[in-house]
Design a protein around this ligand. Structure first.
Ligand code: KE4
Length: 429
């Protein structure tokens, strides 16, 4: 079933660290050989051995309208003929910035970068330059990319690999990063009190997607906003995952909470390497060359990436009912999975919001990194492989969110639920 993937993985391990260009792809926490994909269309991916999968990773978020979405493909094909990069300003970058500002609340300016990591790294530097302060508060299990400051108590691949402190991140950098449990406002208030006038920013995933999908408890985000207002702290919402996914205006729109800076990635590039950070003019104008907080990138605003992202965002902006339909598809899948797992007598939690969800095998609510870590992740490992063999491609880690695409049909949901039933029967046999 995976013959070619196994052969390719052996070759890959000779020339690429761990055989992959990003750790989460390596199946390290679930074991086995990562599946090498050959092509994808709509809700399906096809591996090099010709196996078809209903895809619930969707490139870790970008493929919200499904793989190889025709308008995006055609736009890339056309724009590639105009040159793949200029290294000079283009009208398209202005058009993209104007569209993003029209879609997202509370932002007046946006700077394009090439990844979510760059977006979060740059937003933190801006917050530090704007406030003149050094420290940042983040949350255990939140992942903001691999910039040094964020590799403290991080989620996603860092949690998956169980790396407590990342070699190469100096103590000097780590000491400016303070981390507390997600959904724990008192812990944030205590840190702020212990570090008066020293905290530049609080950065949060408004819905956590890097320790499974974990929702903010009532009052959590509002409490962070209030703490930032009272202490002159920049409130950074990391919407790399939630941006343009939970609503066209992202989590700020969904929860009606104002961030001072917002970071984006994934969907904003339509599958091409794009990130961005955005906020009020008063803060953003500290970014070079308008201000002195330096940030740059050879391929930032790249025309191919811009037209891919613009085409996807324009579709989402013009058809907001897509979000209602995504919610309905996700709710149907959640109901089916709860029924299948319940019928198998398996204790489980299914967290979901919008078109993000995750399954945890625990009898208690999954509300932070500790509770996510304490779930039966060995059973998750077995569930993952059983589903993979039945043609359902889940995130290869319990510390990840599932992403539902608009290309998913009822027949795919039914197929997934049946696969879950059969998987649990096989596991319990
Ligand atoms: P990138 O640098 O990977 O584009 O974005 C970093 C990032 C920042 N903020 C949030 C909330 C994120 O989820 C991410 C990246 N997400 C992971 C998936 N959990 C990317 C997958 C990977 O690392 O390969």
């Amino acid at each position: 079933m995976f013959t070619k993937s196994q052969a390719l993985f052996e070759k890959a391990n000779q020339v690429i660290p761990g055989g992959v260009n990003s750790p989460v792809r390596a199946f390290r926490s679930v074991g086995g050989t990562p599946v090498f994909m050959q092509h994808a269309k709509g809700a399906y991916m096809y591996d090099v051995d010709g196996n078809r999968y209903v895809d619930y990773i969707n490139s870790w978020g970008p493929m919200i309208l499904g793989h190889a979405y025709e308008p995006v493909v055609k736009a890339i094909q056309e724009y590639a003929t105009y040159s793949t990069s200029f290294g000079a300003p283009t009208e398209l970058e202005v058009t993209v910035a104007e569209l993003i500002i029209s879609m997202v609340p509370n932002i007046e300016m946006v700077r394009m970068v090439n990844s979510g990591t760059e977006a979060c790294m740059s937003a933190l530097r801006l917050a530090r330059g704007y406030t003149g302060r050094n420290k940042v508060i983040k949350f255990e299990g939140n992942y903001h990319g691999h910039a040094d400051s964020f590799l403290v108590s991080a989620g996603s691949g860092v949690a998956t690999l169980g790396i407590q402190s990342v070699p190469g991140v100096t103590a000097a950098v780590a000491e400016d990063t303070l981390s507390v449990p997600y959904n724990n406002l008192p812990a944030v208030e205590q840190l702020v009190a212990e570090n008066p006038d020293q905290i530049a920013a609080i950065i949060v995933e408004p819905v956590a997607g890097n320790m499974g999908c974990i929702l903010p408890q009532a009052g959590f985000l509002e409490g962070l906003r209030d703490i930032c207002d009272k202490n002159g702290i920049v409130f950074i919402m990391d919407e790399v995952m939630t941006g343009f996914r939970l609503a066209k205006g992202g989590a700020q729109e969904l929860f009606n909470i104002k961030a001072d800076l917002v970071t984006f990635g994934k969907i904003i590039g339509g599958g091409m390497p794009v990130g961005a950070f955005a906020g009020k003019r008063e803060i953003m104008e500290h970014i070079a060359p308008a201000g002195k907080v330096y940030q740059a990138g050879t391929l930032s605003g790249n025309p191919i990436a811009m037209i891919a992202g613009y085409t996807l965002l324009k579709t989402l902006n013009e058809h907001p009912n897509i979000y209602t339909q995504l919610e309905e598809k996700t709710s149907a899948l959640v109901a089916g999975l709860r029924s299948a797992l319940g019928a198998a007598g398996v204790v489980h939690q299914v967290n979901h919001i919008g078109s993000m969800m995750s399954v945890h095998f625990a009898e208690y609510p999954i509300v932070d990194f500790t509770s996510a870590s304490g779930a039966n992740n060995e059973l998750f490992r077995r569930f993952f492989h059983a589903m993979l063999e039945k043609g359902v491609y889940l995130p290869p880690s319990a510390f990840e969110s599932w992403f539902i695409s608009h290309a998913l049909g009822q027949e795919d949901i039914d197929f997934t639920v049946e696969a879950a039933k059969a998987s649990m029967q096989a596991i319990k046999a």
